[in-house]
Design a protein around this ligand. Structure first.
Ligand SMILES: *[C@@H]1O[C@H](CO)[C@@H](O)[C@H](O)[C@H]1NC(C)=O
Ligand SMILES: *[C@@H]1O[C@H](CO)[C@@H](O)[C@H](O)[C@H]1NC(C)=O
Ligand SMILES: *[C@@H]1O[C@H](CO)[C@@H](O)[C@H](O)[C@H]1NC(C)=O
Ligand SMILES: *[C@@H]1O[C@H](CO)[C@@H](O)[C@H](O)[C@H]1NC(C)=O
Length: 191
């Protein structure tokens, strides 16, 4: 719809709403739509489960340190450490099970009291109807807690308008290599 058409419609509505006629402004950059106009009908809840493989040592490292503070090494929580990660997300706990996506983002040690990361991640899905869609997760991850909950703050593709939460549980942690397998249960409302 052209800006002119849009403004005409607004003016007609304004004529009916006599009280607000003088304050009605005409914008070409923004207009109100009904959700149905974009095919948004029924909101649904999807449960996504995957295993996240964080490999910081060994042959195929998936998470690399990019920054630290002069005091990070002497901090009991590695306060100030910043990592960038591109981690495989698999259907089962084994790295050789089906790859369903990749978790790409940044995590930073942001607590001086316990090891708790600020997590800024995009889950990039690769499987079936979810292929190419993403979820954005931003939250706090106190990694030694049994369950860590992080908000899902948005999404793309099939996950447009997404909101929800992700629960992370450590499935396996190798004390020698510090590599971890983390089970994620993500609950997301989307259309
Ligand atoms: C590292 O990745 C290569 C290529 O995908 C693979 O052949 C190799 O088995 C992997 N090594 C480990 C230790 O996972
Ligand atoms: C902290 O420790 C790492 C690993 O031992 C080392 O590479 C780095 O240089 C140290 N950083 C500082 C600021 O001492
Ligand atoms: C996902 O989409 C990409 C790009 O369109 C395509 O190359 C790939 O084969 C798809 N993967 C699956 C599992 O359908
Ligand atoms: C833990 O990591 C060490 C060092 O990479 C490796 O030799 C060992 O096999 C791993 N243990 C398990 C159970 O994966």
């Amino acid at each position: 719809m052209s800006a002119a058409t849009f403004c005409t419609k607004v003016t007609l509505i304004a004529l009916l709403a006599v009280a607000s006629i003088n304050s009605m402004e005409c914008h070409s950059f923004a207009r109100t739509l009904l959700p149905e106009d974009k095919g948004l009908k029924t909101e649904k809840l999807t449960h996504i489960r995957f295993y996240f493989h964080d490999t910081i040592t060994g042959a195929n490292v998936t998470s690399i340190e990019v920054a630290e503070a002069p005091t990070t090494n002497s901090s009991k929580t590695s306060f100030g450490l910043v990592n960038v990660a591109d981690e495989p997300m698999t259907e089962g706990p084994s790295l050789s099970s089906k790859l369903v996506g990749r978790a790409q983002g940044i995590f930073a040690s942001a607590s001086q009291e316990e090891v708790a990361f600020l997590m800024v991640f995009n889950y990039v899905f690769l499987e079936g109807e979810y292929n190419g869609s993403t979820l954005s997760v931003y939250g706090r991850n106190p990694i030694f807690n049994e369950v860590r909950e992080m908000p899902v703050i948005g999404g793309t593709g099939v996950f447009r308008f997404a909101r929800g939460y992700a629960q992370a549980r450590t499935y396996f942690f190798n004390l020698t290599s510090n590599n971890a397998i983390v089970k994620y249960d993500v609950y997301v409302l989307h259309y």
